[in-house]
Design a protein around this ligand. Sequence first.
Ligand code: FES
Length: 107
Amino acid sequence: MPKIIFIDAANRTYPVEAHAGRSVMDAAVDNNVPGIVGECGGSAMCATCHVYVESPASGASKPVRPEEEVMLEFTASERRSNSRLGCQIKLNDTFEGAVFRVPERQV
Ligand code: FES
């Protein structure tokens, strides 16, 4: 159960006990972290789970798959070099302490 941290656009922090095998989006939604919508349920079809990976864990550096790459072009807030779809990052114990910044807008 890695502990990960979300930081919203107002710099409020949300430490979360996440479950290995779940996604970053799941961890946010399960713990009522504001600003992560997850409208499509994790199918890489909505971009409302956009996060900025502030403190990369080894698992987060996996290559972005083509369908994620396409959706990252449609984020409501600016896309940055560390932008990812939270639903496409599957958590494991190597994510302990990882930090994900929540964009100002998702829609
Ligand atoms: S939840 Fe829709 S793209 Fe991630």
